[in-house]
Ligand binder design. Structure first.
Ligand SMILES: *[C@@H]1O[C@H](CO)[C@@H](O)[C@H](O)[C@H]1NC(C)=O
Ligand SMILES: *[C@@H]1O[C@H](CO)[C@@H](O)[C@H](O)[C@H]1NC(C)=O
Length: 620
C-alpha cells in the first residue's frame, strides 16, 4: 500500500510524462520531497541548482537558479523551522509557471511548478507569520527532466526576528497586522548578483570561484577563456568556457607557471565535446592515455564560437605521484584555450592563457588576481629598445654614414664608428638582459613557438657579433673583405630575426597586446625600408658627383680598400647635409616608434589601461 501511494505520488509529481510535470507536486509531496526512490533516478551528485534567499521589505525573496545556468522543468519547495521541523509562513508573489501547494490545508506553505516548460531563475517571496522568531531553511527538489532530479536541495539558513516595536500604537494593527509588523530577515546568503546574459557568470564571487582572461573579464562577463569552480560537498564542479577555440583547459598548479600541473581539458573533435586529463611536464602537455577516474564528464556544448564544458572532480587525487588535495591545499588556476590539436593532445594555447597570481582554496569563493607578468613586459621593452631602436640606428650609421662627419673624431675613432659601436653594444646588452629575463620568468627552455625560435636565433647571432668584430683583420688585408661580409651578414640577419620575432610576439597570449600593434610594426618596417632606399639613392648620387675621389656606397667598401685609408677621407662625401637631415628625421621617428611600442608593452593590456585612464580623467 505504501509503495502504491509512493508510486502514485511519483506519477503525480514529476515523472509521469503527460500529467505530472505539467501540473506540479501534490500536497503530500511536501513531507519528504522525495516520493519514490526506486523509479526514475535520484541524482546523488551535488545538485546543479540552488535556492538563494535575500532580505526584502518584510519578506524573503527567493531565487531558484543554477550556477551552471541549467534550466529545470519541475520543482517543489517548502519552508521549515530548523528546530521544530514545522512548515512555516506562506509563499506570495508567484511568477508564471509556479503555484502554491497547501502542505497544511488552507495555508500556502509550499510552492511547485504548473507546467513543464524549462525554467530558470524563478523568483518569488515568502512571508513569515507575524510574530514568528526562529531560523528556517527552504528545502526543495528540482527535476531537470522527468527522470533526472535532485531531492533535498537546501537553502542557506534564514533567521527571522520579530521587529521590536509596539504594534498597539499603530491604528491599523488590528486589521492588517502583517503590514505594520514586518519581520526583519537576516539571510546568511549574500544578495545575488544581477542575472547575466551568459549563465556561466552567474554566481561568480558569491557561490563559485571564477577565473578568466583578459583581466577583469569575469566582472565584465566577456572572457576569452574562463573557468569556474563550485564546491558541492565532497566534489568539485568545474565549468570552462572559451571563445574561438577547439579546446579549453584548466590546470591546477602549485605556482603561477606551467609545470607539474594536473590539467583537465575539453576538446571539440568536430562532432562532440570530449573530456581528457593531462599533465604539464614543464611547458609540455601530455595527455593521459587511460581515462582518469578522478574526473567525471557532465556536459559539453559548442554554440556559435563558444565551447563550454562541465565536469566533476574528486576532492583528492594522486596524479603523476603528486597529491592534489583540493580541500586542504590552495592552488593556482591556469586556464588555456587554443584553436588546434596535436595527435593525442592539445596544441599551443594560442587563443588565451592566464595563471592566477595567488594560490587559493577552491572552496574559498572570491575573485582571483591574474599573475603578474612584469618580467614578460620588461623582456618586451628591452627587446624593442634593442631591435626597433638601437640596432636600427646603429646599422644605418655603419651602412651610409662612413663618409659623413669625418672632420671630427670621437674617442680616437671616426664618428660613425664610435656611434655604431655604441648602439651595437647597447643592442647586445639589452638583448642579453632580455634573454636572461625571459628564462628567469619561464624557467624552461622552449622553442615551441616561432617567437621563441626567432628570438633564440637573434640572440645567438647578436651574441657572437662583437667577438667577431674584436677579431677583425687589419684593414687592407684580403681577409678583411671576408670579415666585412660576415659582419654585415650576421648583423643584418640578427636584425631581421629580431624584427620577425617581435612580429610573432604580438599574438602570443602572454604579451596581451592588441592586434593593431602588428600594424605599428608594419609601419616601422615600411619606414625603415624607405629610409634605406632613399639613402641608397642619395649614396648613388653622391657617388656620381664624386666618383673620382670616394666610394661612399658601402658594398664597394667591402670588396676594396677601407674608406678610412683613402687620401680624401677627411672630407665629407657630397650630399652630406641631406644625409644628416635624413639621419635626424630617422632618429627622431624611430625613437617615437620605439617609445610608443614600449609604452604599449609595459602598460599591456593597453586598451584597458587606456579605458580606465580616460574614466579617471573624465571624473575630474
Ligand atoms: C530536506 O529534505 C530532505 C529530503 O526530504 C531531507 O532529507 C532533509 O533532512 C531536509 N532538510 C531539512 C533541513 O529539513
Ligand atoms: C568525437 O567524440 C565522441 C565522444 O567522445 C565520439 O563518439 C566520436 O566518435 C568522436 N568523433 C571523432 C570524429 O573523433
Amino acid at each position: 500500500m505504501a509503495n502504491f501511494i509512493r508510486l502514485m505520488l511519483v506519477v503525480g509529481l514529476f515523472y509521469g510524462r503527460s500529467q505530472s510535470l505539467s501540473s506540479g507536486a501534490p500536497p503530500k509531496a511536501c513531507e519528504n520531497l522525495t516520493p519514490i526512490h526506486q523509479y526514475g533516478s535520484v541524482q546523488n551528485s551535488p545538485p546543479p541548482y540552488q535556492v538563494l534567499p535575500a532580505a526584502g521589505q518584510g519578506r524573503v525573496r527567493l531565487i531558484l537558479g543554477s550556477p551552471q545556468g541549467l534550466a529545470y522543468e519541475g520543482f517543489i519547495m517548502v519552508a521549515r523551522d530548523v528546530d521544530t521541523g514545522e512548515f512555516v509562513g506562506e509563499f506570495v508573489s508567484l511568477p508564471d509557471g509556479a503555484r502554491v501547494v497547501e502542505c497544511t490545508e488552507g495555508l500556502k506553505n509550499g510552492v511547485t511548478h504548473i507546467n513543464k516548460d524549462r525554467k530558470q531563475n524563478l523568483e518569488f517571496d515568502w512571508e513569515a507569520p507575524e510574530d514568528y522568531v526562529g531560523t528556517i531553511i527552504f528545502n526543495s527538489t528540482f527535476a531537470q527532466d522527468y527522470s533526472t532530479y535532485w531531492v533535498g536541495v537546501e537553502s542557506p539558513r534564514v533567521s527571522v526576528l520579530r521587529r521590536s516595536i509596539d504594534v498597539k500604537t499603530v491604528p491599523t494593527a488590528a486589521t492588517s497586522p502583517r503590514t505594520t509588523t514586518p519581520p526583519i530577515y537576516t539571510p546568511f546568503a549574500e544578495d545575488r548578483a544581477p542575472v547575466a546574459d551568459d549563465p556561466f557568470y552567474n554566481g561568480c564571487g558569491t557561490t563559485k570561484n571564477c577565473f578568466g582572461t583578459p583581466d577583469n573579464c569575469v566582472r565584465d562577463k566577456n572572457c576569452k577563456a574562463a573557468v569556474s569552480v563550485l564546491v558541492r560537498g565532497e566534489r568539485y564542479f568545474f565549468e570552462m568556457t572559451a571563445r574561438k577555440s577547439i579546446y579549453v583547459a584548466v590546470g591546477l598548479s602549485a605556482d603561477s607557471k606551467m609545470g607539474e600541473d594536473s590539467v583537465v581539458e575539453c576538446v571539440n573533435n568536430g562532432t562532440a565535446v570530449g573530456l581528457f586529463t593531462s599533465w604539464n611536464a614543464g611547458k609540455t602537455n601530455t595527455r593521459h592515455s587511460t581515462p582518469s577516474g578522478f574526473v567525471q564528464f557532465d556536459s559539453g556544448i559548442v554554440t556559435d564560437d563558444t565551447i563550454t564544458c562541465r565536469f566533476w572532480r574528486e576532492k583528492s587525487t594522486i596524479v603523476e605521484g603528486r597529491q592534489f588535495d583540493l580541500v586542504n591545499t590552495p592552488f593556482h588556476l591556469l586556464v588555456a584555450a587554443g584553436s588546434s590539436l596535436r595527435r593525442n593532445g592539445v596544441d599551443y594555447h594560442n587563443v588565451a592563457y592566464a595563471a592566477s597570481g595567488e594560490a587559493k582554496l577552491l572552496s574559498d569563493v572570491g575573485g582571483f588576481l591574474v599573475a603578474s607578468n612584469l618580467l614578460i613586459r620588461v623582456h618586451g621593452a628591452l627587446m624593442l629598445a634593442a631591435w626597433v631602436g638601437a640596432a636600427s640606428i646603429g646599422i644605418l650609421l655603419a651602412r651610409y654614414y662612413r663618409q659623413t662627419w669625418v672632420n671630427s673624431q670621437l674617442c680616437g675613432k671616426d664618428q660613425w664608428f664610435t656611434w655604431h659601436r655604441f648602439f651595437m653594444i647597447l643592442t647586445w646588452s639589452l638583448t642579453i638582459a632580455a634573454f636572461v629575463i625571459i628564462f628567469v620568468e619561464l624557467e624552461a627552455w622552449s622553442t615551441a613557438t616561432l617567437h621563441a625560435s626567432f628570438g633564440l636565433a637573434t640572440t645567438i647571432l647578436c651574441f657572437v657579433q662583437p667577438f667577431m668584430a674584436a677579431l677583425r683583420p687589419h684593414p687592407g688585408t684580403p681577409r678583411r673583405t671576408i670579415f666585412n661580409w660576415g659582419h654585415w651578414f650576421v648583423g643584418n640577419a640578427a636584425h631581421i630575426c629580431g624584427i620577425v620575432a617581435i612580429f610573432f610576439a604580438v599574438p602570443t597570449t602572454k604579451a596581451r597586446l592588441p592586434d593593431w600593434v602588428t600594424w605599428v610594426m608594419v609601419a616601422y618596417v615600411v619606414f625603415h625600408i624607405l629610409t634605406h632606399l632613399i639613402l641608397t639613392f642619395v649614396g648613388c648620387a653622391s657617388d656620381r658627383q664624386a666618383s673620382h675621389r670616394i666610394n661612399s656606397f658601402p658594398m664597394k667598401d667591402m670588396h676594396a680598400r677601407s674608406a678610412m685609408t683613402h687620401p680624401d677621407a677627411r672630407r665629407d662625401a657630397p650630399q652630406a647635409g641631406l644625409r644628416k637631415t635624413i639621419f635626424g628625421l630617422y632618429f627622431v621617428i624611430v625613437a617615437c616608434f620605439c617609445a610608443a611600442l614600449i609604452v604599449i608593452v609595459v602598460l599591456a593590456p593597453i586598451e584597458e589601461t587606456w579605458a580606465s585612464l580616460t574614466t579617471t580623467i573624465s571624473k575630474y
